[in-house]
Design a protein around this ligand. Structure first.
Ligand SMILES: *[C@@H]1O[C@H](CO)[C@@H](O)[C@H](O)[C@H]1NC(C)=O
Ligand SMILES: *[C@@H]1O[C@H](CO)[C@@H](O)[C@H](O)[C@H]1NC(C)=O
Ligand SMILES: *[C@@H]1O[C@H](CO)[C@@H](O)[C@H](O)[C@H]1NC(C)=O
Ligand SMILES: *[C@@H]1O[C@H](CO)[C@@H](O)[C@H](O)[C@H]1NC(C)=O
Ligand SMILES: *[C@@H]1O[C@H](CO)[C@@H](O)[C@H](O)[C@H]1NC(C)=O
Ligand SMILES: *[C@@H]1O[C@H](CO)[C@@H](O)[C@H](O)[C@H]1NC(C)=O
Ligand SMILES: *[C@@H]1O[C@H](CO)[C@@H](O)[C@H](O)[C@H]1NC(C)=O
Ligand SMILES: *[C@@H]1O[C@H](CO)[C@@H](O)[C@H](O)[C@H]1NC(C)=O
Ligand SMILES: *[C@@H]1O[C@H](CO)[C@@H](O)[C@H](O)[C@H]1NC(C)=O
Length: 474
């Protein structure tokens, strides 16, 4: 009965929808096209991928819900290339050799939701009416084609579009066609040649949650370029040519969870950039040329979990810069020319308490160059930390430290801890019992001991000076 119904009903609907001449050639079929296979259900998937097709099959099953034509040798699409397929939801034309698409090629695919034309390296031009009739389109993939631009009005009917994938093309600016598309949630524009983000490039994209602009040539961002992106959660601006950002570039982006500014040419981090990013969890500032971070720069990042500052030109990290961050899970600081003097002592303490920071190689002072911060022993005289290079008396001993390296260092570190325990808790017992000592030490470093800033006291460093003097002898 179902078959009979299909036979009777479908040609009628096709006739009703199509102009006369086209029906003759494109009435949809019940049979699966030659060189394709079709899944058995009524709303079938038509699989024609890797079939060596140079031309489109003449007919597709009327009830087809998906057609896969990937990895063939298709070169061009005529008007109404697929006839009328009212059930078609998904069409893949990726990895072909399409160079020309006749305006109206997709007319008749009124319910198409997902169209992929990625990896057609000869598509360099699209007509304004290319997508005419695709009123339900939600996802459009034009990645890895050869597009230099697209007409401003090309998406005039695609008001339902949510995802636009255009990475790996030759765009030199953000296509004006996306302006005002309030339903767009995801835009992929990475690996193009975009040079600037103008004040109106991203206007009206009020639903956008994901924006990828990485690996372009962006060197200018207008003051209010991002002002409408109030729902943005993931933002990739890495690997561009940014040497500065407008003071209020990210103003109002209160939903932002991840911001990637890595691989640019930034030198200073302004304390205005991130002031509204209260939900930011991951911030990448790696692979820039940062020399300074303004006080308060991270002040309002109360949700921050991971901060990437590695591979920059940072020599110091003022305590004030970090003070207000309540919780940070990971801090990446490697590949910076750190000056391991007293100003960075707090960081060493933080490292030891929380084990959230690793790998802080010292570039100076010369007495500790090459050592990791965790290996540097800071001396204190009368409660004041003495910078390694300034402590004349210890110059010799510090040289010993750097030359005999880690073995000696960890020995000293152990001795220091022992002395510390002694001072803290009258530990004649614990001095005699190594097992006990080791256990205590584990507990101390594993447990989180209240606000870390407060655990930093003169007591902790007092024994260091004593020991260093003792080593030198009278
Ligand atoms: C693909 O199309 C281009 C331009 O139309 C043509 O020069 C090239 O030979 C085609 N390649 C193949 C493999 O068909
Ligand atoms: C967004 O989508 C809704 C529902 O699909 C539609 O009514 C509305 O017009 C669209 N907005 C725009 C700006 O196209
Ligand atoms: C960056 O900061 C340094 C030191 O604070 C300052 O000398 C320099 O002018 C600043 N550069 C820029 C581009 O703001
Ligand atoms: C942090 O947020 C508050 C409240 O929004 C604001 O007044 C302050 O200026 C911000 N701090 C920084 C350093 O931007
Ligand atoms: C950062 O360091 C690199 C290599 O050491 C140097 O070429 C560059 O000029 C430095 N940049 C700044 C802003 O200091
Ligand atoms: C440490 O303080 C004591 C007493 O205040 C003083 O006599 C001594 O000279 C100081 N030592 C150093 C190295 O400043
Ligand atoms: C450190 O050594 C230099 C040169 O040997 C000397 O001029 C200076 O007075 C010394 N400083 C101290 C605090 O001993
Ligand atoms: C350590 O022992 C001495 C004398 O044995 C005592 O006066 C002192 O209060 C003790 N300190 C602690 C921290 O228990
Ligand atoms: C050291 O302490 C541990 C744990 O309290 C105990 O089992 C061990 O017998 C002690 N060793 C000595 C030599 O006192």
């Amino acid at each position: 009965l179902t078959d009979t119904l299909t036979l009777v009903l479908l040609p009628v609907s096709a006739l009703w929808l199509l102009p006369q001449g086209v029906v003759a050639r494109w009435a949809c079929a019940r049979a699966c096209p030659p060189s394709c296979s079709c899944t058995p259900e009524r709303s079938c998937s038509v699989l024609c991928d890797r079939a060596g097709l140079a031309d489109l099959p003449k007919e597709f099953p009327c009830e087809a819900s998906a057609i896969n034509l990937e990895k063939n040798r298709l070169r061009f699409l005529s008007e109404r290339a697929f006839g009328t397929l009212p059930s078609l939801k998904s069409l893949s034309l990726g990895h072909n050799n399409i160079s020309f698409i006749t305006p109206g090629a997709f007319k008749g695919l009124t319910n198409l939701v997902d169209l992929s034309m990625a990896h057609n390296e000869y598509i360099s031009y699209l007509h304004t009416r290319t997508f005419t009739g695709l009123r339900r389109l939600v996802r459009l993939d034009l990645s890895d084609c050869n597009l230099f631009n697209i007409p401003d009005r090309i998406f005039i009917e695609q008001t339902a579009l949510k995802e636009l994938l255009c990475f790996q093309n030759n765009f030199r600016r953000i296509p004006g066609a996306i302006r005002g598309m309030e339903n767009l949630t995801h835009i992929y524009l990475e690996a193009n040649k975009i040079e600037a983000v103008a004040y109106n490039s991203l206007l009206g994209l009020s639903s956008l949650r994901y924006l990828n602009l990485q690996e372009n040539r962006i060197n200018v961002i207008h003051d209010q370029a991002f002002q409408d992106l109030v729902q943005l959660e993931n933002f990739y601006l890495n690997d561009n040519l940014l040497s500065d950002l407008p003071g209020l570039a990210f103003k109002g982006l209160t939903r932002l969870k991840m911001l990637n500014l890595g691989g640019n040419q930034l030198t200073n981090v302004s304390n205005t950039w991130f002031s509204d990013l209260v939900e930011l969890e991951v911030l990448y500032l790696d692979r820039n040329q940062l020399v300074s971070i303004e006080e308060g720069a991270f002040e309002n990042l109360t949700s921050l979990i991971t901060l990437h500052l590695n591979s920059n030109n940072l020599t110091s990290l003022p305590f004030r810069v970090f003070q207000p961050i309540y919780f940070l899970g990971h801090l990446f600081l490697f590949k910076n020319p750190w000056t391991c003097d007293c100003s960075i002592l707090w960081l060493k303490d933080w490292m030891e308490n929380y084990k959230l920071v690793r790998d802080i190689p010292c570039a100076s002072p010369s007495s500790v160059a090459g050592l990791d911060l965790s290996m540097v022993v800071f001396a204190k005289v009368n409660g004041t930390c003495i910078d390694p290079s300034e402590l004349n008396l210890t110059t010799a001993s510090l040289e010993v430290l750097s030359t005999t390296e880690n073995r000696f260092n960890s020995l000293i570190s152990k001795l220091l801890h022992k002395e510390l325990r002694e001072e803290m808790g009258n530990g004649t017992e614990s001095l005699r019992n190594e097992t006990l000592l080791a256990e205590e030490e584990e507990q101390m470093s594993a447990g989180v001991r209240g606000p870390w800033a407060h655990s930093y006291g003169p007591l902790l460093y007092a024994p260091a000076a004593g020991l260093l003097f003792a080593l030198l002898g009278p």
